[in-house]
Design a protein around this ligand. Structure first.
Ligand code: PLP
Length: 451
């Protein structure tokens, strides 16, 4: 059944059937698993999510940057159906299959750098990050990992330690893994010395962190999101990541780029590192890679990845054949439909409208940033000091939800409104979604105090 690419408000949001399901959720699912918008989905595709009450919502979230090729994307559906009918699991470590190898070949081709590469496949982003750290420590014989303020790398024990934000990710879940060190992030909008000074001062601060707190010879790897995701879509100044990368190479420290949110066409390139001309030693990928099926990878220099003893990497489900078939189909779709170009078009549609919003509300829109179809506005309280305004972000988010627009917020201070539409969304839905967002924003600001 195909889904009309049209927003429909059939009931209030959430409607009665969603509310009934939410009551069952509350009675059966741990309260620790939250839901941003308790609207229960029964079908999705293009730029639309259809719920159990017949509402059709515009999707500006892509299930947190996953459905880059769209939900139920035709090639993915066909590949999954074929694979599921052939076989569903053997465990690649027991009796292998071609799809796993083909995904690794594709990763070698598409990830930054022309060097020889190897990959290993996993189930989730956090698992990929954990394994990248394992490989880096094993290869270098060093323990320390350097990460950044505002970083998000997952929710397992090691990745909680790598993640910066306490609430909700870490609070009460310690003790955390050791030998993790944190450096200030090159965050131009909030750099104490101002955006102009950010690149140089943040580089000096990074070098000082490694030198003074860790010692270059003890540092296995520097782990960074080239554009930070959950931390607030923070884009470091142009050239900064390249300096970090070159300095790491000089000191035998591996650079791990966490491209789990930024990778696979989202930012208008295959990977966000491409834009900066940075070639990391190891890259972690997940999310958009497999069209919604759980698949993640670590890809890296052959000599680094192959330094691990046989049996040192793996897992029962990692590189599941159905997820691999989905990934091959999703990547083929990205190539044949030029989804990198589509991400750049989406940026060109969004930016003028976000800039016009900032002109209307110069005291509330502190910053506009991002790249491709990964864009954000940072909201602040009217007045001096760039005080984060999470209440305004929340009010706009709630107003968008009730008008049938699915949106996400992020940021260490909860005051960043982010846009992650599927790249399969059409221009009319993009424009309508932006109309709703702008009207919600204007109304929230005009309403004065937001709760
Ligand atoms: C940059 C980054 N790294 C790691 C992760 C963790 O991925 P997962 O939720 O699949 O474990 C995420 C998820 O949002 C992410 O954005």
């Amino acid at each position: 059944m195909s889904l009309t690419q049209q927003r429909i408000l059939a009931t209030e949001i959430p409607g009665p059937r969603s509310q009934a399901l939410q009551a069952r959720k509350v009675a059966s699912v741990s309260a620790g698993v939250g839901t941003t918008l308790p609207v229960y989905v029964e079908q999705a595709g293009g730029g639309i999510l259809r719920d159990v009450d017949g509402n059709q919502l515009i999707d500006f979230g892509s299930g947190i940057a996953v459905t880059t090729v769209g939900n139920a994307s035709p090639r993915v559906v066909e590949a999954v159906q074929r694979q599921v009918a052939d076989f569903t699991h053997t465990c690649f470590m027991v009796t292998p299959y071609e799809e796993y190898v083909a995904v690794c070949e594709k990763l070698a081709e598409l990830t930054p750098g022309e060097h020889e590469k190897r990959s290993a496949l996993f189930n989730s982003g956090a698992e990929a990050v954990e394994n990248a750290v394992k490989v880096a420590r094993h290869h270098t014989g060093r323990d320390a990992i350097v990460v950044f303020d505002h970083a998000y790398h997952g929710r397992t024990n090691l990745t909680m330690a790598l993640t910066a934000k306490n609430m909700p990710y870490k609070h009460g879940f310690g003790p955390f893994a050791g030998e993790i060190y944190r450096s200030p992030m090159a965050y131009p909008y909030r750099w104490p010395g101002g955006a102009e000074a950010c690149a140089d001062e943040a580089f000096d601060a990074f070098v000082s962190t490694v030198h003074a707190q860790v010692g270059e010879d003890s540092c296995a790897a520097v782990l960074i999101e080239p554009i930070q995701g959950e931390g607030g879509f923070i884009v470091p100044p142009s050239g900064w990541l390249k300096r970090v990368s070159e300095w790491c190479t000089e000191h035998g420290i591996l650079l791990i780029a966490d491209e789990i949110q930024t990778g696979f066409a989202r930012t208008g390139d295959w990977f966000a590192c491409d834009h900066e001309g940075v070639v990391p030693d190891l890259v972690t990928t997940a999310k958009g890679m497999a069209g919604g099926l759980p698949l993640a990878a670590v890809t890296g220099r052959a000599e680094v990845m192959d330094s691990v003893h046989v049996g040192g990497l793996g897992g029962t489900y990692g590189g599941n054949p159905v997820a691999c078939a989905a990934a091959l189909a999703a990547i083929e779709t990205m190539e044949s439909s030029d989804l990198r170009g589509r991400a750049r078009e989406i940026e060109a549609i969004f930016l003028p409208r976000l800039r016009a919003l900032a002109e209307r509300h110069p005291d509330r829109v502190g910053d506009i940033r991002g790249r491709g179809a990964m864009l954000a506005v940072e909201l602040v309280v009217d007045g001096p000091g760039r005080t984060p305004d999470a209440a305004l972000a929340g009010a706009v988010h709630r107003a968008c939800s009730s008008e049938g627009l699915v949106t996400l917020t992020c940021g260490t201070f909860g005051n960043v409104f982010r846009f992650l539409p599927p790249l399969s969304i059409d221009d009319d839905l993009l424009a309508e979604g932006l109309d709703i967002f702008e009207a919600a924003f204007d109304a929230a600001v005009a309403g004065g105090k937001v709760e």
